[in-house]
Ligand binder design. Structure first.
Ligand SMILES: Cc1ncc(COP(=O)(O)O)c(C=O)c1O
Length: 363
């Protein structure tokens, strides 16, 4: 077959992007190795699956997908407005919260503008900034793997447009406390958008967790992002939401594609919101899984970071990629994080047991 050379070149700020590497899909691993029964603990998905109410709603809606979805997500925004006690015009719906990160950068940043973010943190902040030819300013986490908001505040310049804070942080599972966040919000200029990414909000048990809604209610320039991908178990449907001042939402809506979320996702999300039993059950199984994994990892004398999420950051000291690859061979998919760490999602009891067994064999 003839190979044609492509002469068009993407600009440098695009060629420089390191593509996001998702967790390896189960089907792909099983196809490659010719095995079955492998376990994926790599993408912080809810091991219980979606709420049965959400499944039923999506099934009901599938018969009418000849129609375009409601581009304004009216019913979902109304449900969220009641659920969160915020106004309709203060909510935006995204194709996952991922899309809202992108829209925030595209709406508020120009080439050369800076975005401050933690490191390691969710890599999409870096990529969304690069896509608009902005400059990512990465600030190392503290020794205990938490956002260093003082150091981040010190990195703010006249060019800063956005500060991204994952709370809790991915991949470390740590939180920013109320006091730390209040101090930070007092210092940060009002012409800077503070994006607080609360993808794992519903899992947080620590009573010191920062209250972002308080700052939104007091008129701060803040965008709070949450998702239906994690505790609500709808990652495959791609739906999340943002909360901010109506002027911020209004500008972001101009950048958003008219039909960015689909009708199945909208309907499933509304149903999922009502299923408190599913949320409570998901928290409970996660807490039990955390306790089991903490116990086993401690017995093994492995360093790990206590988490406020549904994943655990494990310090393997070296060769994280080698360990990851060996675990893959045994049908266990986790996520290597840099040279020295693995991130493992808390799964069902039997999945957690398999993880510990295979991890022991490999290290
Ligand atoms: C911190 C953080 N933010 C956002 C997301 C993306 O979630 P969504 O599926 O809503 O795009 C994730 C998913 O892994 C995440 O860890």
């Amino acid at each position: 077959m003839e190979i044609f050379r492509v002469l068009i070149k993407a600009p440098k700020h695009i060629t420089d992007i390191n593509p996001y590497v998702p967790g390896k899909p189960i089907e792909e691993l099983e196809r490659e190795l010719g095995i079955t029964g492998s376990i994926k603990l790599a993408s912080n998905e809810n091991p219980l699956g979606p709420s049965p109410l959400a499944i039923a709603e999506a099934q009901r809606i599938i018969a009418s997908v000849n129609r375009y979805p409601d581009g304004g997500s009216y019913r979902l925004i109304s449900a969220l407005s009641l659920h969160l006690n915020v106004r309709h015009e203060e909510i935006i719906i995204g194709h996952g919260s991922n899309e809202l990160l992108d829209i925030a950068a595209r709406t508020f940043m120009q080439p050369g503008d800076e975005a401050v973010m933690g490191h390691p943190s969710f890599v999409v902040y870096h990529n969304s900034t690069q896509k608009v030819n902005g400059v990512p300013v990465a600030v190392a986490l503290t020794a205990d793997k938490r956002h260093d908001l003082k150091a981040m505040a010190a990195k703010i310049t006249q060019k800063t447009k956005i500060v991204f804070i994952a709370n809790p942080n991915n991949p470390t599972g740590t939180i920013v406390t109320r006091e730390e966040f209040d101090d930070f919000m007092e210092q940060v200029r009002d012409d800077i958008l503070v994006v607080v990414d609360e993808a794992y909000f519903e899992y947080v048990a620590d009573s010191f967790y920062a209250d972002s809604i308080k700052h939104f209610k007091s008129g701060k320039t803040i965008l709070i992002l949450r998702t239906f991908s994690k505790i609500y178990g709808l990652a495959g449907l791609r739906i999340g939401y943002g909360i901010a001042n109506p002027e911020i939402i209004n500008e972001m809506n101009k950048v958003r594609e008219p039909f960015n979320t689909n009708s199945l996702a909208q309907a499933a999300a509304i149903a999922a919101l009502t299923d408190t039993q599913h949320v409570t059950g998901s928290v409970a199984i996660n807490e039990a899984g955390k306790a089991f994994l903490y116990g086993e990892l401690s017995k093994m004398n492995v360093d790990f970071t206590k988490t406020q999420t549904n994943f655990i950051y494990i310090d393997v000291k070296k060769d994280a990629k080698g360990i990851y690859k060996k675990m893959l061979q045994k049908g266990m998919i986790v996520r290597p994080m840099g040279e020295n760490a693995l991130r493992v999602t808390v799964g069902l009891p039997e999945e957690n047991e398999s993880f510990i067994r295979i991890f022991k064999e490999v290290i």
